[in-house]
Design a protein around this ligand. Structure first.
Ligand SMILES: Nc1ncnc2c1ncn2[C@@H]1O[C@H](COP(=O)(O)OP(=O)(O)OP(=O)(O)O)[C@@H](O)[C@H]1O
Ligand SMILES: [Mg+2]
Length: 449
């Protein structure tokens, strides 16, 4: 008896010793299955570390931004691999669609360190009642790497300089994801420095944003969801989209550009919004055009009962998102799961918007972007011509008081024509000419009647 115990003991010791020796030589691909089988036994010797990143964090309603960015990151790696794959399939015109089965792995390399990513899910107790339209399965990513690289991986690889992203809800399939969003890296030079508008108003907006971004404790104290809504309105070319880019650059937030017309219905809208991550700006541009938000839709449908089949099919393809669906999102789910998010609506026609949509509490701040005043002009002159003053400024000041011109048009006139070596004065003169031309036109129109 004693003998067999000793024997068993020595064979375990032998196994562990062999394992310990082998781990330095055996590739992970071979070692990995052994590890899995003998996990308990080898735990203390295991040279590999695992880090798990669950999809939902905190109370379970907050999609982790780490998970979201890993998903996107792995998508890029997988797409690159897919491109190689695609090149090998001659005569195949169909796109290779990569889907990652559970437990499947993808490898990555960072500074020569090999890393393994694995996607998986744990199935929750089906008896729990979910109030939110979220699946019961908890998805996660698992990263495995050799212990000796712990510091490099956690301090550098995982904190890899965060590139900001611009997400759109144009459907694309990808690696291991059923994500409704696709993204590109967001690089836009706009900053509040270069935005042409009244300096006091600009400062007020910047302060508002900074207070929001630092307001975690404040929002928690007053029991309010950490979110803020901005309505940017004004004519085309006054800098609404530019300001959104500047906001993202100021706060280091991702942008989710939500194209409402391609959202199927309210359910899909909810899904999209739940999939956004914290520290982000959700943008709905041209809110007045995106949707028939005035309740007209229902009436139209009633009138068109007798429509022929083709019309009906067309209508079915159209977005079924309703004003109340959007409001529910802003007030309901949004409050429950949307922490550290900014929502921005833009419109050229603020007067057309449904009062319910813009009542305060939904849109916290209304910002008007308007025609170019003298202060705004000075910012543009600095941006484009690198000047703070010029003899012609006074003349321009007078003309701007008389004439409505958008910052976009001023910018267009001020920009030196490339390759012509145009000097600053000719640029200013071109602007003056454009303004005078417009003033003359206005006079003519007035004279006509
Ligand atoms: N206030 C501004 N400050 C600096 N540049 C501006 C400003 N407004 C417009 N521009 C310039 O004009 C271009 C168009 O502006 P932008 O796209 O931001 O306008 P918009 O208000 O979003 O218009 P639209 O209503 O048509 O979407 C920008 O690329 C930018 O160079
Ligand atoms: Mg715009």
């Amino acid at each position: 008896m004693m003998e067999s115990v000793t024997q068993l003991g020595s064979s375990i010791a032998g196994f562990l010793f062999a394992y310990k020796m082998l781990e330095n030589f055996l590739p992970y691909e071979i070692l990995h299955p052994i590890r899995r089988k003998f996990r308990k036994l080898t735990a203390s010797f295991d040279p590999y570390l695992e880090i798990t990143i669950p999809e939902y964090q905190g109370n379970g309603f907050e999609r982790s931004s780490a998970y979201a960015s890993i998903e996107q990151y792995l998508n890029i790696i997988a797409t690159k691999q897919a491109q190689c794959l695609e090149a090998n399939i001659t005569g195949q015109t169909k796109k290779v669609v990569l889907t990652m089965a559970e437990g499947e792995e993808i490898t990555d390399k960072y500074k020569g360190i090999k890393l393994w990513w694995e996607s998986g899910k744990t199935t929750q107790n089906k008896q729990t009642i979910s109030m939110y339209p979220r699946e019961d399965d908890k998805k996660y990513f698992k990263l495995t790497f050799h212990k000796r690289y712990r510091e490099t991986v956690t301090e550098q690889y995982l904190k890899h300089e965060r590139q900001r992203k611009l997400y759109t809800n144009i459907k694309r399939s990808g690696w291991g994801t059923r994500s409704l969003w696709s993204h590109v890296v967001f690089e836009h030079p706009a900053s509040f420095d270069t935005i042409a508008m009244d300096p006091l108003k600009k400062q007020e907006i910047m302060d508002d944003l900074m207070i929001f971004a630092k307001g975690k404790d404040y929002y928690a104290k007053i029991g309010k969801a950490w979110k803020r809504g901005y309505l940017l309105y004004g004519p085309p070319g006054t800098g609404k989209s530019t300001m959104i880019a500047a906001m993202s650059n100021l706060l280091n937030y991702d942008i989710y550009d939500l194209e409402l017309t391609s959202v199927k219905d309210n359910t899909q809208l909810r899904k999209l919004l739940i999939e956004t991550s914290g520290k982000s700006i959700i943008v709905i541009e041209d809110i007045d055009c995106s949707l028939d938000l005035t309740g007209q839709r229902k009436k139209n449908e009633e009138n068109e009962v007798g429509d022929n089949k083709i019309d009906k099919e067309k209508k079915d393809e159209a977005s079924q998102v309703t004003l109340s669906g959007l409001l529910n999102f802003i007030d309901g789910l949004w409050s429950a799961c949307g922490n550290e998010r900014i929502i921005v609506f833009t419109t050229n026609h603020v007067e057309k918007l449904d009062a319910a949509l813009i009542r305060s509490g939904r849109m916290d701040k209304h910002i008007e972007l308007s025609y170019c005043g003298f202060e705004a002009f000075k910012v543009l002159a600095k941006n484009y011509l690198k000047i703070d003053s010029h003899d012609l400024f006074e003349k321009i000041r007078g003309l701007l008081e008389e004439k409505k011109i958008t910052p976009a048009d001023v910018a267009e006139n001020l920009m030196p024509k490339s390759g012509t070596g145009e000097d600053k004065e000719s640029c200013l003169l071109r602007l003056i000419e454009a303004l005078e031309e417009d003033v003359k036109e206005k006079d003519r129109e007035e004279a006509k009647g």
